[in-house]
Design a protein around this ligand. Structure first.
Ligand code: FMN
Length: 141
């Protein structure tokens, strides 16, 4: 039988200093390292960089996910780390890539905090990330 799968979802504030270009370059460096590591650890997920906020979902087996969580949450390139979900899941919702990069064309109303409890908020964020990922995959080029 397959090992149980877990999902981590958090939000944080970008703490990278510099020009827009410098921030972009640092995010690209984060992505390159993260993809290498996640691929080796059997983790998949997506990172949304939107203004001053990172939102990341990561899925995989517990030891690999906990190890990544410890490193990511200690990374000084972001602050105000806010864990939104760390839960057992029946299957991967973001299984396509080691770390997809989500770059929404525009801020939409769904990105604003919705009223409701923490589980509602986490599910709303996950739905929005899946929608952005779907739009990116559908886009030509
Ligand atoms: C917003 C953000 C997301 C990150 N996501 C991941 C990730 O998914 N996987 C990962 O291994 N490292 C991720 N990192 C990087 C880790 O915090 C850490 O810097 C890195 O794993 C260290 O690897 P290295 O020693 O190979 O450079 C992320 C960092 C930030 C700031």
């Amino acid at each position: 039988m397959a090992e149980p799968l877990y999902r981590l979802l958090y939000r944080s504030k970008v703490a990278i200093l510099g020009t827009t270009e410098e921030v972009r370059a640092e995010v690209a460096a984060i992505l390159a390292g993260a993809r290498r590591h996640n691929a080796a650890a059997g983790l998949t997920g997506a990172l949304l960089h939107e203004g001053a906020t990172f939102t990341q979902v990561l899925e995989g087996e517990l030891p690999a996910l906990e190890e990544a969580y410890d490193r990511i949450s200690a990374d000084l390139r972001h602050t105000e780390f806010e864990l939104m979900q760390f839960a057992l899941v029946p299957e991967r919702g973001f299984g396509g890539e080691a770390l997809a990069f989500l770059a929404p064309a525009e801020l939409d109303a769904a990105g604003l905090a919705a009223p409701g409890d923490a589980a509602d908020a986490a599910n709303g964020v996950l739905r929005r990330m899946a929608a952005i990922l779907g739009r990116q995959q559908a886009a030509p080029g």
